[in-house]
Design a protein around this ligand. Structure first.
Ligand code: MG
Length: 259
């Protein structure tokens, strides 16, 4: 069942999203060689709680971190810890924030100093595929229009869509209906309606699309060890069109951390 939100409820989700964006910006300033993912996690948790909000991932089905930190061939759900970032790494950071009972969810992949051309292309194309999905999130379109926009851009650039992981509806719960694949046929699937709020999150690899779950039962890697990127917005379908509730792309700090 898809739970639609009133305009007032969308505003409350946007407030959660604003805390999330400020958290993402804080981390963007900290991502650099030598910093551990555990340090990023602690900084995020301190900031989120200082805002009167709650890190949505902490304790979710037993997840131990406040953020997910997934370097290199890890696609998603990395547990923050002792891993220290290296020059040339890419790092996907996924953040969930609960404010006054409403959840926002967003992710982006950072470059840690200069990265290889293929890594640079992966980050650029994955972010572009998310941006291509945004205008599809409007009343009258269908779910397949979102997946098609992502898939078309990613595959035109010779990269692979992860198929077994999908986006989701979001609201008072982090994961609500519908599931949102990053592939699809235009004009198919459920009709998008005002009040739906969607976490759209392309996950893309530079190799093949198959995944592997690690022994910690959280971390998900590309099976072939290829680099992976993850970009996500929480987006409200409004009468005026799509509204990004987690606009980390409007930050001045950019995605490229200092070397
Ligand atoms: Mg999500």
């Amino acid at each position: 069942m898809i739970i639609k939100k009133t305009p007032e409820e969308v505003e409350r989700m946007a407030a959660a999203g604003a805390v999330l964006v400020r958290t993402m910006n804080l981390l963007a300033g900290k991502v650099r060689p030598g910093v551990s993912t555990g340090e990023l996690d602690r900084a995020a948790e301190r900031f989120i709680t200082s805002q009167g909000a709650v890190p949505a991932f902490k304790g979710y089905r037993g997840f131990p971190g406040s953020i997910c930190a997934s370097p290199n061939s890890m696609i998603v759900h990395g547990i923050p810890g002792p891993y220290k970032l290296h020059r040339g790494d890419i790092l996907s950071v996924d953040i969930g924030v609960i404010l006054d009972g409403w959840v926002a969810d967003a992710a982006r992949t950072f470059a840690v100093g200069p990265i290889t051309p293929i890594a640079g292309k992966l980050l650029r194309v994955t972010e572009e595929s998310l941006m291509a999905a945004v205008p599809q999130c409007r009343p009258g379109n269908r779910l397949g229009d979102i997946g098609d926009a992502v898939q078309r851009h990613v595959e035109a650039n010779g990269l692979s869509i992860v198929r077994t992981l999908v986006g989701h509806g979001i609201g008072r719960e982090m994961h609500e209906d519908p599931q949102i694949p990053n592939y699809g046929e235009p004009g198919t699937g459920i009709a998008l309606e005002e009040g739906m709020v969607l976490a759209v999150e392309p996950m893309v690899t530079a190799g093949r699309h198959a995944i592997r779950v690690a022994d910690d039962r959280w971390s998900i890697f590309s099976q072939d060890g290829s680099l992976a990127a993850h970009f996500e917005f929480t987006i409200a379908v409004t009468a005026d069109g799509p509204r990004i509730l987690t606009p980390w792309h409007e930050a001045s700090s950019g995605g490229r951390a200092a070397a």
